[in-house]
Design a protein around this ligand. Structure first.
Ligand SMILES: [Zn+2]
Length: 238
């Protein structure tokens, strides 16, 4: 008996993925993105920080461009060419009005029907969730509402950006309600997109190998949904 219903993405045309850091999309999310871009859906990534504080032995000035280049490679592998990286401070992301405005601006510009984030609970699969992940997710959830309210961030109206309502929020890594069915090829591209963060991953001595990690996430997701591979996601209709 299957437990998780498959996520019906036939009506999904435009997906905006909002995460805190370079690499955050690559823990299963990018495998689903590979599927969607294959199907002709338009996918855009908005990164809130440059991940400049992510490598202990390298300076932020060295790390920021390096991680941006690794993210661009990761995007190419899953068919994404629309990548925007903001410069909120890595490690110090707050769910501020400024951050919500920046995300709402992107939502009004790109006009997604679907917004994807990573888990913004206190706890994550691997332990205590990162503060930037918590604040990025909560700010994005709030910014979806802001983007649809013409009386919030009225300066965006002045920029010619009209209110826009995204239909749903997908949360990767949270308590799942659905599963995005994937093929082995999507999973493989998910693996390679994580491997693209080569120097970053080398600096994390205890990081599991992408070729083990992504198949593990998507195989257990598949078992819950009665298919070979799937990404479990929490879906919230807005
Ligand atoms: Zn992160």
């Amino acid at each position: 008996m299957t437990e998780l219903p498959l996520f019906d993405d036939t009506d999904v045309d435009r997906v905006l993925c909002v995460v805190a850091h370079p690499d955050d999309m690559e823990y299963g999310g990018s495998a689903a993105v590979a599927k969607w871009t294959d199907e002709g859906k338009k996918v855009s990534y908005l990164l809130l920080t440059r991940g400049e504080a992510g490598i202990r032995d390298m300076s932020p000035e060295q790390v920021a461009p390096l991680r941006a280049a690794e993210q661009r490679r990761a995007c190419t592998i899953v068919g994404v060419d629309d990548l925007e990286i903001l410069d909120f401070p890595d490690g110090l992301v707050e769910p501020s009005h400024e951050l919500r405005r920046a995300i709402a601006r992107k939502i009004r510009e790109f006009r997604p029907d679907t917004v994807m984030v990573t888990n913004f609970e206190l706890k994550a699969r691997w332990g205590l969730n990162h503060v930037d992940h918590r604040n990025a997710g909560i700010a994005t959830a709030d910014a979806i509402r802001d983007a649809d309210n013409p009386w919030i961030f009225t300066e965006l109206n002045d920029e010619g950006l009209e209110a826009w309502k995204a239909a749903r929020l997908l949360i990767n890594g949270a308590e799942p309600t659905h599963a995005v069915a994937l093929t082995a090829e999507h999973v493989d591209r998910g693996v390679r997109s994580l491997e693209a963060h080569q120097i970053y991953l080398q600096a994390l001595s205890d990081h599991p190998a992408p070729k083990d990690m992504i198949p593990s996430i998507t195989t257990s997701g598949g078992e819950l949904a009665g298919v070979d591979y799937a990404l479990p996601v929490g879906v919230i209709d807005m």
